[in-house]
Design a protein around this ligand. Structure first.
Ligand SMILES: *Cc1c(COP(=O)(O)O)cnc(C)c1O
Length: 389
């Protein structure tokens, strides 16, 4: 396979070519979809390196090589969903090990840790990851094996200082794991900031078209890659080749899509911040964002996710009913714009007290800004806000 070194080739080039060399047999420019469960062997013990498709699939290997290159890691591993990816990462640990994780991480991740992994003897401390002191205080030397974080977070768009966390983790011989779903590798490369493991719900920006569920894990070092390869095959939560093929197709346009998501989001965030009906706008690209400087430092762009506060639950409901182009739906990161009401949709299982501590009010509405014409999106937001009078 041709090597696409990040020092020689830019992101958009690597997104199209890395892992995606023309196929040898026919020269097919697109990586073929190897929809097979097994491979013919010439004789016992003689085969082409492909024995059984849970373990080896050329379409999946291409996708894994592509995403490893884009995240500048050592190796990538594809999973059947983002949650399967998270699950694989925590099963690197053993009963009695301790994880320090972010208080505002994805609800499904919290549920997996709290309701499943605890039963297997893993221990968790949930802290405010923006505070170095809070993370330090939660680390139990010798026992804490992993710091687990997301940045930006959902739905408050809080950032964590990934360099700071990497230093803390390594000082205590723990791994730093970063869920990079919201930023995508186009805007943030946690491994270059010291992370040991990066993961994604590929369902979101990597897939990008709201037509698949998938996940991926990228290891920074060969020793972690070996352990992940073992778990991926042993537990078997692999995606089918078609999901991998769709991801390969999608990632080719990741750069151009992310540029447009961000260009649209910036305009909408500015508009909302200056609109009298909007109480607060949370977007890392705004000067008013409390971590705007950190965002400029560790990200190369601010992404396409915004949340706004409208003052009351009634107004939030009215807004989600009034928008016409923004579809009311869970999920994010697709080409089409979506709106969601975190309290009643994605964050319903979080106790009210905890929600309020995190700033997730009844009136908060989250926007996943798509890549439609910005004039149309702005008009839609404007008429929806106007209807709240
Ligand atoms: C959606 C999401 C997940 C879970 O991914 P699935 O593909 O839905 O299993 C994990 N982390 C974040 C930040 C997400 O947005």
């Amino acid at each position: 396979m041709t090597s696409y070194n990040p020092s020689e080739f830019g992101f958009a080039t690597r997104a199209i070519h890395a892992g995606q060399d023309p196929e040898e047999l026919t020269g097919a420019v697109t990586v073929p979809l190897y929809q097979t469960s097994t491979y013919a062997q010439e004789a016992i013990g003689q085969h082409k390196g492909f024995e059984y498709a849970r373990t080896q699939n050329p379409t999946r290997f291409a996708w894994e090589a592509s995403i490893a290159n884009l995240e500048q890691g050592n190796a990538g591993f594809a999973f059947g969903s983002g949650m399967a990816a998270v699950n694989a990462v925590v099963t690197l640990l053993s009963a009695g090990d301790h994880i320090v994780c972010a208080e505002d991480m994805y609800g499904g991740t919290f549920r997996l840790f709290d309701k499943v992994m605890k039963r297997f003897g893993l221990e968790f401390s949930v802290v405010d990851m923006t505070s170095k002191e809070a993370v330090e205080a939660a680390i139990i030397p010798g026992k804490t094996k992993m710091l687990y974080t997301e940045s930006p977070t959902n739905p408050m768009m809080k950032l964590t200082d990934l360099k700071m966390l990497a230093e803390l983790a390594h000082h205590h011989h723990a791994l730093l794991v970063v869920d990079n779903t919201f930023a995508s590798p186009y805007f943030q490369k946690p491994i270059t900031l010291g992370a040991d493991i990066v993961l994604h719900s590929a369902t979101k920006y990597l897939g990008g078209h709201s037509d698949l569920v998938s996940g991926v894990v990228i290891a920074a070092h060969e020793n972690i890659a070996q352990e992940l390869r073992f778990i991926q095959n042993a537990a078997g939560a692999v995606p089918g080749p078609f999901e991998c093929w769709l991801c390969l197709r999608s990632v080719k346009t990741l750069a151009i899509r992310m540029n447009q998501h961000e260009a649209n989001a910036k305009i909408i965030a500015d508009y909302c911040e200056n609109h009298p009906m909007v109480i607060a706008t949370h977007y890392p690209g705004l000067q008013s964002h409390p971590q705007h400087e950190l965002a400029k430092e560790q990200m190369s762009g601010f992404g396409g996710m915004i949340s706004i506060e409208l003052g009351t639950l009634e107004k939030a409901k009215a807004f989600t009913n009034a928008v016409r182009l923004f579809t009311l739906a869970e999920s994010l990161g697709g080409v089409e714009s979506l709106v969601c009401h975190p309290v009643s949709m994605t964050h319903g299982s979080i106790p009210k007290e905890q929600r309020e501590k995190l700033g997730i009010t009844d009136s908060l509405v989250r926007l996943s800004v798509g890549i439609e014409n910005i004039d149309d999106l702005l008009k839609d937001i404007a008429q929806a806000l106007e209807s709240l009078h």
